[in-house]
Design a protein around this ligand. Structure first.
Ligand SMILES: *Cc1c(COP(=O)(O)O)cnc(C)c1O
Length: 386
């Protein structure tokens, strides 16, 4: 019989650690120190310096994106991505109810409104069947070829699926729905750096995507993010936008449109350059930990969330599905009281006060998951990372 104490002992012995065990802790060695020190000694800690370009090149070659633009955080990267995707005030942007609040906030920043669609239990991400069904019942293509909501007449401009805990959504199926309805696909790949969908990196399937390098993500720049673009010219424009839309000139200040000051500082990029070098090791180490968890829960009443069969996941955050809400609450209480950090799923976005009135489809799977999902400590083991 399974008890929370067995899980606590298992996690403590895996990490060989009797002190507090966080959900996810960054891993650094002398490379990060050397790079950061270098920016301080050269005085290039801010908006000028070579690490930003180098970090962008490293991200491009790792993901296969045509252009990566480093930003101050993942939220800024997603804001810039949706703005560049052409989202306008009054538009609808479809996303999933199971996501971090940033996904919904950026829709609001653009004076657009979110529309929440269900996830499937299999990927924990936006369900193509639920999306398709909702559009069949509630959308039409107008005489200009635009997808509009039948009730509100708003343009449904974009969808933002999110690769929950690093597990890729069904990108081909979602892309097909987008093509049929003339909707732009923008991936929230904040959690899935290192995850592949049918052999290709997540974040390279839509028109644009956003990554995050916050302290709890698979690699970190302290705070940071990047917008990925699959089109060279669009990428150049995103970079222009993120740097106050300043037109290059030896001394004049001329800005040709309203831009953002979202550029990642060189100090943060220096950390990022060292972190990218360890990314493959982090992914391997996290996949190993996932296997250990899977064996641990095998035959118990808890089901461990594994990668969908079409994907190779980075297992950024390991997760289990508890048999009931009561068991979920019990497990959260016991582990956290004993210094092992575990967390429930984010409150469903449609239940947050600012998005309560938003349009939504039926959300049976989201509501089922919120009662049952628990995230477990997922820091990659250091010994296998160096
Ligand atoms: C982390 C995260 C973000 C935003 O990243 P920040 O760098 O913290 O702004 C956006 N979406 C999802 C799903 C995330 O997990």
């Amino acid at each position: 019989m399974f008890s929370s104490n067995d899980l606590i002992s298992f996690i403590r012995s895996y990490y060989n650690d009797d002190s507090f065990i966080p959900l996810h802790r960054p891993t650094f060695d002398h490379h990060e120190k050397e790079n950061v020190l270098d920016t301080i000694e050269s005085s290039f800690v801010s908006s000028v310096g070579g690490y930003v370009n180098e970090f962008e090149k490293l991200l491009e070659s790792y993901t296969g994106a045509t252009k990566a633009v480093a930003m101050v955080n993942g939220t800024a990267a997603l804001h810039c991505a949706l703005y560049s995707a052409g989202v306008e005030p009054g538009d609808i942007v479809i996303t999933q109810a199971v996501t971090f609040v940033a996904t919904c906030n950026v829709i609001h920043y653009l004076h657009a409104t979110p529309l929440f669609i269900d996830v499937n239990k299999y990927s924990l991400g936006l369900c193509p069947d639920a999306l398709s069904l909702y559009l069949e019942e509630n959308a039409l293509i107008d005489s200009d070829g635009q997808c509009r909501h039948r009730k509100t007449s708003q343009i449904i401009r974009a969808i933002v699926p999110m690769h929950t805990f690093g597990h890729p959504v069904q990108l081909f199926e979602l892309n097909n729905v987008c093509q049929k309805w003339n909707i732009v696909l923008v991936e929230d790949a904040a959690e899935s750096l290192g995850s592949l969908y049918k052999g290709k990196h997540t974040g390279t399937f839509g028109k644009l995507a956003a990554l995050s390098f916050n302290g709890n993500k698979i690699i970190t720049t302290g705070g940071g993010g990047a917008t990925l673009c699959m089109d060279e010219n669009l990428g150049k424009h995103v970079k222009h936008l993120s740097t106050t839309a300043k037109v290059p000139h030896p001394f004049e200040y001329f800005h040709d449109e309203v831009g953002f000051n979202y550029r990642m500082p060189n100090l943060n990029a220096a950390l990022g350059c060292a972190q990218v070098g360890k990314l493959n090791q982090f992914v391997l180490s996290k996949r190993e930990l996932a296997r250990e968890y899977q064996c641990f829960f095998d035959g118990s009443k808890f089901s461990f969330v594994t990668e969908p069969e079409y994907a190779r996941s980075n297992y950024w955050l390991n997760a289990i599905i508890c048999p009931s809400k009561i068991e979920k609450e019990h497990l959260l209480k016991e582990t956290n009281a004993n210094g092992v950090m575990t967390r429930p799923l984010w409150q469903l976005a449609n239940t947050l006060p600012m998005f309560e009135g938003a349009l939504r489809g039926a959300l049976p799977n989201s509501e089922w998951l919120i009662d049952r999902v628990v995230n477990l400590p997922s820091t990659p083991l250091e010994k296998s990372c160096i």
